[in-house]
Unconditional design. Structure first.
Ligand code: HMG
Length: 399
């Protein structure tokens, strides 16, 4: 029924980062397909991102807090081992006290898992007309100077799921799932940065794609029937690799640059996936929200055919994946005319590499620290800014 997005106020240009690291900018801009990545300051934490996205979703789509009966935050960068990010949103938005409130985790798959169970909650009749608010919120953090450094990002996508949808509906009989214990990407409890076996993680992602398509079986439409194909986007180029695998499984052929069907694959990619990657290229990997950021991009298009499905592939390292399908609903575009995510991104501030490194250092200092952060020290605006800890309790502006 609703979707909205919030990100940090700062970004780094990937050409600047490449030059500082002595790497050809084209490796990041063409090889990974990324232009920029959002960089969170220490006072813009996962709670701040999640609350601001959730607030936009309710306000812009005229949904009253009283209507929400389930609130789930999918995140892998929560702020406490025990207390969920969701309960901060519950307070900030004034949600009813009988709202079911929790956090889900399976790397980038957490929010899609929440979408599925919320859909089931509504379909079971137990929601009794109430709606689910799902927030995918994360800050992707890798070591400065590592191969994964250009694939960071920060942001949250909030969505409302209900039995009165206004944007898209899920085709509930089309779904395939896959789970396998792999060490492709992880973040131990003691680490602030994620570890990735980068090239292996790409293989795991693609294997999961093949397996989810197989699990979806004959109910899954042929690739040609989909008007658009959206994927989890850790970096833009991954969506090309994903669509190639989707195409290969669908056509039961292997694709190489030399093969006859390479042009058909390129055309299919250009039509179904490439146009919806602009926001991802500007924001970077926002983990749980990356797939849904691509969905926001898609829904800004006024011309989606209403009679054709759209595929959604979610992948979370570790790993878990799903292949599902949605369909746009007549009038979907009227609602999105109320906000323009691309315009919001234009007002962000560009950081130099030195400033970005300072942000990263300061974020580290705040982990577990008891010092108060001052909003006036950081060029950011808005409510629910994180102010540091007092007696081990997180402090937020206006919360
Ligand atoms: P790398 O190993 O430094 O890069 O790191 P590379 O050598 O593989 O090069 C990347 C691409 O740039 C290649 O293109 C090169 O050819 C090209 P490809 O062959 O793949 O098409 N290239 C150039 N292109 C133009 N001009 C040039 C040039 N030089 C090279 N001059 C890697 C890349 C993605 C491995 C690294 O950034 C990384 O480890 N990232 C983190 C892991 C990741 O994002 N994995 C994705 C799949 S797993 C996933 O999606 C889950 C995740 O979101 C976590 C979660 O679930 O929570 C990560």
């Amino acid at each position: 029924e609703a979707i909205a997005f919030h990100t940090s106020r700062h970004y780094i240009d990937l050409s600047d980062l490449a030059i500082a690291r002595g790497i050809e900018p084209e490796k990041f801009t063409i090889g990974l397909g990324q232009k920029k990545m959002a960089i969170a300051s220490p006072i813009e934490d996962t709670v701040y991102l999640a609350i601001n996205a959730a607030k936009k979703a309710l306000v812009k789509f005229n949904i009253s807090p009283e209507e929400i009966g389930t609130l789930v935050v999918g995140t892998e960068t929560g702020v406490d081992h025990s207390k969920p990010v969701a309960v901060y949103i519950h307070q900030a938005l004034g949600l009813p006290s009988n709202c079911i409130t929790y956090e889900t985790k399976h790397a980038c798959f957490g929010a899609m898992a929440a979408m599925t169970s919320s859909g089931d909650w509504i379909a079971s009749g137990r929601a009794k007309g109430r709606k689910a608010l799902i927030v995918a919120a994360d800050i992707a953090n890798y070591a400065v100077g590592s191969a994964a450094e250009p694939t960071q990002g920060a942001g949250a996508v909030a969505m409302v799921v209900s039995d009165t949808p206004k944007l898209v509906k899920f085709n509930r009989d089309i779904n395939g799932y896959f789970t396998k214990n792999v060490m492709d990407f992880w973040r131990p409890l003691y680490a602030k940065e994620a570890f990735a076996d980068g090239h292996y993680s790409i293989q795991c992602y693609l294997e999961a794609m093949t397996e989810t398509i197989a699990d979806a079986g004959p109910n899954l439409p042929n690739l040609e029937e989909f008007s658009a194909c959206l994927y989890h986007v850790p970096f833009v180029k991954m969506a090309t690799k994903a669509h190639m695998r989707h195409f290969e499984v669908d056509s039961n052929t292997e694709i190489t640059k030399e093969s006859e069907n390479f042009t058909s694959f390129r055309n299919s990619f250009k039509e179904k996936t490439e146009p919806w990657l602009n926001l991802n290229a500007e924001v970077g990997n926002i983990y749980t929200g990356s797939l849904f950021l691509s969905l926001i991009n898609l829904l800004t298009s006024p011309n989606l055919p209403l009679d054709r499905p759209i595929s959604l592939f979610s992948y979370g390292s570790g790993c878990a994946a799903s292949m599902t399908s949605i369909q746009p609903i007549a009038g979907y575009h009227d609602w999105l005319a109320q906000f323009n995510p691309a315009k919001e991104l234009e007002s962000r501030k560009r950081l130099s590499v030195k400033e970005y490194e300072y942000f990263m250092e300061q974020r580290e200092l705040q982990l577990g620290g008891d010092d108060q952060l001052k909003p006036s020290d950081w060029d950011v605006q808005g409510d629910y800014l994180y102010l540091g800890n007092k007696s081990h309790i997180r402090q937020y502006l206006n919360l």
